[in-house]
Design a protein around this ligand. Structure first.
Ligand SMILES: [Zn+2]
Length: 290
Protein backbone atom coordinates (compact mmCIF):
# COMPACT_ATOMS: atom_id res chain seq x y z
CA UNK A 1 0.00 0.00 0.00
CA UNK A 2 1.25 3.48 -0.84
CA UNK A 3 0.83 5.91 2.05
CA UNK A 4 0.13 9.55 1.18
CA UNK A 5 0.34 11.10 -2.30
CA UNK A 6 -3.43 11.43 -2.66
CA UNK A 7 -3.10 14.04 -5.40
CA UNK A 8 -0.74 11.88 -7.47
CA UNK A 9 -3.00 8.85 -7.01
CA UNK A 10 -5.99 10.82 -8.31
CA UNK A 11 -4.07 12.08 -11.32
CA UNK A 12 -2.86 8.65 -12.38
CA UNK A 13 -6.19 6.98 -11.65
CA UNK A 14 -7.75 9.39 -14.15
CA UNK A 15 -4.96 8.90 -16.66
CA UNK A 16 -5.23 5.10 -16.49
CA UNK A 17 -9.02 5.12 -16.67
CA UNK A 18 -8.88 7.31 -19.76
CA UNK A 19 -6.03 5.23 -21.21
CA UNK A 20 -4.00 8.42 -21.51
CA UNK A 21 -0.68 7.35 -20.01
CA UNK A 22 2.13 9.29 -21.65
CA UNK A 23 5.23 7.33 -22.67
CA UNK A 24 7.75 9.17 -20.46
CA UNK A 25 7.48 10.79 -17.04
CA UNK A 26 9.95 12.17 -14.57
CA UNK A 27 8.90 11.68 -10.96
CA UNK A 28 10.71 14.38 -9.04
CA UNK A 29 10.56 15.43 -5.40
CA UNK A 30 12.20 15.02 -2.02
CA UNK A 31 14.46 12.05 -1.44
CA UNK A 32 12.64 9.36 0.50
CA UNK A 33 9.15 10.59 -0.31
CA UNK A 34 8.13 7.34 -1.99
CA UNK A 35 8.46 8.22 -5.69
CA UNK A 36 10.03 4.90 -6.66
CA UNK A 37 7.47 2.88 -4.71
CA UNK A 38 4.78 4.86 -6.47
CA UNK A 39 6.42 4.17 -9.83
CA UNK A 40 6.51 0.45 -9.06
CA UNK A 41 2.83 0.47 -8.15
CA UNK A 42 1.99 2.39 -11.31
CA UNK A 43 4.08 -0.03 -13.38
CA UNK A 44 2.15 -2.92 -11.87
CA UNK A 45 -1.12 -1.26 -12.83
CA UNK A 46 0.18 -0.75 -16.38
CA UNK A 47 0.94 -4.44 -16.87
CA UNK A 48 -2.09 -5.65 -14.84
CA UNK A 49 -4.60 -7.69 -16.84
CA UNK A 50 -7.46 -5.90 -15.04
CA UNK A 51 -5.81 -2.46 -14.85
CA UNK A 52 -6.26 -2.37 -11.11
CA UNK A 53 -4.47 0.62 -9.54
CA UNK A 54 -3.63 1.10 -5.86
CA UNK A 55 -5.69 -1.97 -4.90
CA UNK A 56 -4.64 -5.57 -4.48
CA UNK A 57 -5.13 -7.67 -7.62
CA UNK A 58 -4.94 -11.41 -8.17
CA UNK A 59 -4.37 -11.48 -11.93
CA UNK A 60 -1.39 -13.51 -13.07
CA UNK A 61 0.75 -10.47 -13.78
CA UNK A 62 0.10 -8.87 -10.40
CA UNK A 63 0.84 -12.17 -8.67
CA UNK A 64 4.21 -12.38 -10.38
CA UNK A 65 4.93 -8.70 -9.71
CA UNK A 66 4.09 -9.14 -6.02
CA UNK A 67 6.18 -12.28 -5.62
CA UNK A 68 9.30 -11.30 -7.50
CA UNK A 69 10.45 -9.18 -10.41
CA UNK A 70 8.02 -9.14 -13.30
CA UNK A 71 9.90 -9.60 -16.60
CA UNK A 72 8.15 -6.56 -18.11
CA UNK A 73 8.95 -4.19 -15.26
CA UNK A 74 12.58 -3.16 -15.56
CA UNK A 75 14.02 -1.29 -12.59
CA UNK A 76 17.41 0.34 -13.11
CA UNK A 77 19.14 1.85 -10.11
CA UNK A 78 22.53 2.76 -11.50
CA UNK A 79 24.31 5.97 -10.54
CA UNK A 80 25.62 7.40 -12.76
CA UNK A 81 23.50 6.09 -15.62
CA UNK A 82 26.15 5.21 -18.20
CA UNK A 83 26.05 4.78 -21.94
CA UNK A 84 26.08 0.94 -21.83
CA UNK A 85 22.89 0.92 -19.77
CA UNK A 86 21.23 3.53 -21.95
CA UNK A 87 22.13 1.59 -25.10
CA UNK A 88 20.77 -1.62 -23.63
CA UNK A 89 17.47 0.04 -22.73
CA UNK A 90 17.22 1.71 -26.12
CA UNK A 91 17.74 -1.68 -27.78
CA UNK A 92 15.40 -3.69 -25.50
CA UNK A 93 12.63 -1.11 -25.73
CA UNK A 94 11.91 -2.12 -29.30
CA UNK A 95 11.34 -5.75 -28.44
CA UNK A 96 7.86 -6.94 -27.55
CA UNK A 97 6.93 -7.35 -23.89
CA UNK A 98 7.81 -10.81 -22.60
CA UNK A 99 4.53 -11.67 -20.92
CA UNK A 100 2.25 -8.65 -20.35
CA UNK A 101 0.70 -6.31 -22.93
CA UNK A 102 3.08 -3.54 -22.00
CA UNK A 103 6.45 -3.00 -20.46
CA UNK A 104 7.78 -0.34 -18.13
CA UNK A 105 11.25 1.00 -17.43
CA UNK A 106 11.80 2.63 -14.05
CA UNK A 107 15.10 4.49 -14.16
CA UNK A 108 16.29 5.85 -10.84
CA UNK A 109 18.83 8.69 -10.43
CA UNK A 110 17.70 10.39 -13.63
CA UNK A 111 19.94 13.35 -12.78
CA UNK A 112 23.03 11.15 -13.20
CA UNK A 113 22.69 10.36 -16.92
CA UNK A 114 26.00 11.12 -18.57
CA UNK A 115 25.72 13.21 -21.74
CA UNK A 116 26.60 10.17 -23.88
CA UNK A 117 24.05 8.01 -22.08
CA UNK A 118 21.38 10.67 -22.57
CA UNK A 119 22.19 10.93 -26.27
CA UNK A 120 21.91 7.17 -26.62
CA UNK A 121 18.37 7.13 -25.25
CA UNK A 122 16.84 10.43 -26.42
CA UNK A 123 15.20 9.03 -29.53
CA UNK A 124 13.73 6.15 -27.56
CA UNK A 125 12.39 8.48 -24.88
CA UNK A 126 10.85 10.66 -27.53
CA UNK A 127 9.21 7.97 -29.62
CA UNK A 128 9.19 4.61 -27.91
CA UNK A 129 7.00 1.77 -29.17
CA UNK A 130 3.37 2.16 -28.11
CA UNK A 131 3.66 -0.63 -25.54
CA UNK A 132 6.56 0.98 -23.63
CA UNK A 133 6.54 3.50 -20.77
CA UNK A 134 9.37 5.20 -18.93
CA UNK A 135 9.27 6.47 -15.36
CA UNK A 136 12.44 8.37 -14.50
CA UNK A 137 13.05 9.12 -10.83
CA UNK A 138 15.06 11.94 -9.32
CA UNK A 139 15.34 14.07 -6.20
CA UNK A 140 17.36 16.66 -8.16
CA UNK A 141 15.18 17.68 -11.07
CA UNK A 142 17.18 20.82 -11.80
CA UNK A 143 20.23 18.61 -12.46
CA UNK A 144 18.49 16.43 -15.04
CA UNK A 145 19.88 17.15 -18.50
CA UNK A 146 17.59 19.52 -20.43
CA UNK A 147 17.51 17.12 -23.38
CA UNK A 148 15.94 14.48 -21.11
CA UNK A 149 13.66 16.94 -19.32
CA UNK A 150 12.18 18.19 -22.57
CA UNK A 151 11.13 14.67 -23.57
CA UNK A 152 9.35 13.76 -20.35
CA UNK A 153 6.37 15.03 -18.39
CA UNK A 154 7.53 16.15 -14.95
CA UNK A 155 5.38 15.02 -12.03
CA UNK A 156 6.52 16.88 -8.97
CA UNK A 157 5.66 14.69 -5.97
CA UNK A 158 4.52 16.43 -2.82
CA UNK A 159 6.34 15.80 0.45
CA UNK A 160 4.83 13.34 2.88
CA UNK A 161 3.27 14.91 5.97
CA UNK A 162 4.78 14.11 9.38
CA UNK A 163 1.91 11.72 10.07
CA UNK A 164 2.46 9.96 6.75
CA UNK A 165 6.18 9.53 7.45
CA UNK A 166 5.25 8.03 10.80
CA UNK A 167 2.71 5.71 9.18
CA UNK A 168 5.24 4.51 6.60
CA UNK A 169 7.77 3.77 9.34
CA UNK A 170 5.16 1.91 11.38
CA UNK A 171 4.12 -0.07 8.31
CA UNK A 172 7.78 -1.09 7.92
CA UNK A 173 7.79 -2.39 11.47
CA UNK A 174 9.87 0.40 12.98
CA UNK A 175 9.21 0.57 16.70
CA UNK A 176 10.64 3.50 18.61
CA UNK A 177 9.33 5.82 21.33
CA UNK A 178 10.81 8.73 19.43
CA UNK A 179 8.89 8.02 16.24
CA UNK A 180 6.57 11.06 16.31
CA UNK A 181 9.43 13.46 17.09
CA UNK A 182 11.73 11.96 14.49
CA UNK A 183 8.99 11.87 11.85
CA UNK A 184 8.30 15.52 12.57
CA UNK A 185 11.92 16.40 11.87
CA UNK A 186 12.30 14.38 8.70
CA UNK A 187 10.61 17.01 6.49
CA UNK A 188 8.70 14.48 4.45
CA UNK A 189 11.51 12.01 3.87
CA UNK A 190 11.23 8.43 5.08
CA UNK A 191 14.88 7.73 4.33
CA UNK A 192 15.95 10.76 6.34
CA UNK A 193 13.76 9.65 9.26
CA UNK A 194 15.45 6.24 9.04
CA UNK A 195 18.82 7.95 9.09
CA UNK A 196 17.90 9.88 12.26
CA UNK A 197 16.54 6.71 13.86
CA UNK A 198 19.58 4.61 12.98
CA UNK A 199 21.83 7.16 14.56
CA UNK A 200 19.68 7.40 17.66
CA UNK A 201 21.06 3.98 18.62
CA UNK A 202 24.61 4.85 19.61
CA UNK A 203 24.33 7.81 21.90
CA UNK A 204 26.34 6.84 24.96
CA UNK A 205 29.16 9.22 24.14
CA UNK A 206 27.00 12.26 24.71
CA UNK A 207 26.79 11.77 28.44
CA UNK A 208 27.28 15.07 30.32
CA UNK A 209 30.49 16.34 31.90
CA UNK A 210 32.63 15.61 28.91
CA UNK A 211 36.25 16.57 29.01
CA UNK A 212 36.84 19.50 26.64
CA UNK A 213 39.98 18.11 25.08
CA UNK A 214 38.53 14.75 24.22
CA UNK A 215 35.42 16.44 22.86
CA UNK A 216 37.60 18.67 20.72
CA UNK A 217 39.49 15.66 19.33
CA UNK A 218 36.24 13.83 18.69
CA UNK A 219 34.62 16.67 16.78
CA UNK A 220 37.72 17.48 14.79
CA UNK A 221 37.95 13.82 13.81
CA UNK A 222 34.71 14.21 11.86
CA UNK A 223 36.46 14.68 8.56
CA UNK A 224 33.58 14.17 6.15
CA UNK A 225 30.11 15.63 5.77
CA UNK A 226 28.66 12.16 6.36
CA UNK A 227 30.46 11.80 9.69
CA UNK A 228 29.25 15.21 10.84
CA UNK A 229 25.73 14.30 9.75
CA UNK A 230 25.75 11.02 11.64
CA UNK A 231 27.29 12.63 14.72
CA UNK A 232 24.76 15.48 14.82
CA UNK A 233 21.87 13.14 14.13
CA UNK A 234 22.72 10.83 16.99
CA UNK A 235 23.43 13.74 19.33
CA UNK A 236 20.08 15.19 18.28
CA UNK A 237 18.23 12.01 19.17
CA UNK A 238 20.03 11.84 22.50
CA UNK A 239 19.25 15.47 23.38
CA UNK A 240 15.61 14.93 22.56
CA UNK A 241 15.42 12.00 24.97
CA UNK A 242 17.17 14.03 27.67
CA UNK A 243 14.83 16.94 27.08
CA UNK A 244 11.82 14.69 27.51
CA UNK A 245 13.24 13.47 30.81
CA UNK A 246 14.28 16.82 32.19
CA UNK A 247 12.23 19.43 30.32
CA UNK A 248 15.36 21.53 30.37
CA UNK A 249 14.80 24.14 27.64
CA UNK A 250 18.54 24.42 26.97
CA UNK A 251 18.46 20.90 25.61
CA UNK A 252 15.55 21.70 23.34
CA UNK A 253 17.36 24.76 22.00
CA UNK A 254 20.43 22.67 21.47
CA UNK A 255 18.52 19.96 19.57
CA UNK A 256 17.07 22.65 17.33
CA UNK A 257 20.55 23.94 16.71
CA UNK A 258 21.64 20.44 15.69
CA UNK A 259 18.76 20.18 13.26
CA UNK A 260 19.75 23.49 11.77
CA UNK A 261 23.27 22.13 11.27
CA UNK A 262 21.88 19.05 9.56
CA UNK A 263 19.90 21.26 7.22
CA UNK A 264 22.81 23.52 6.41
CA UNK A 265 25.01 20.51 5.69
CA UNK A 266 22.91 19.83 2.62
CA UNK A 267 24.58 22.80 0.98
CA UNK A 268 28.23 23.26 0.16
CA UNK A 269 29.82 24.54 3.30
CA UNK A 270 33.17 24.82 4.97
CA UNK A 271 33.51 21.81 7.25
CA UNK A 272 36.16 23.60 9.33
CA UNK A 273 33.71 26.31 10.23
CA UNK A 274 31.08 23.72 11.01
CA UNK A 275 33.33 21.75 13.33
CA UNK A 276 34.38 24.88 15.20
CA UNK A 277 30.81 26.05 15.59
CA UNK A 278 29.70 22.59 16.67
CA UNK A 279 32.52 22.33 19.19
CA UNK A 280 31.71 25.68 20.81
CA UNK A 281 27.99 24.95 21.09
CA UNK A 282 28.54 21.38 22.25
CA UNK A 283 30.98 22.50 24.94
CA UNK A 284 28.35 24.82 26.36
CA UNK A 285 25.97 21.91 26.82
CA UNK A 286 28.12 18.87 27.48
CA UNK A 287 31.08 20.19 29.44
CA UNK A 288 30.95 21.21 33.04
CA UNK A 289 30.61 24.94 33.39
CA UNK A 290 33.72 26.41 34.94
ZN1 LIG B 1 -3.68 -7.32 -11.87
Amino acid sequence: MIIGHGKEKDIFRNILTGDKLHHAYIFSGREGSGKKMFARELARAVICAEQVFMEPCQCRHCKVAAASDHPDIHVLEESPVKIEVARRIAGDAFMSPLSARKKVYIIDNAHTFTKEAANAILKTLEEPPADTHFFLITDKYEQVLPTIRSRCINMRFSNLTNEEVEKVLLSQGVMNDMLPEIAAQASGSVSYAMFLLDNAEETGRFAPDRDKNSLFAEIHGLDTKEKIRAYCASMYAYMLVKYKESEDETLLDFSNYLLEILRRLEYNVSLDMFRMDLFIKTTEVLCEKS
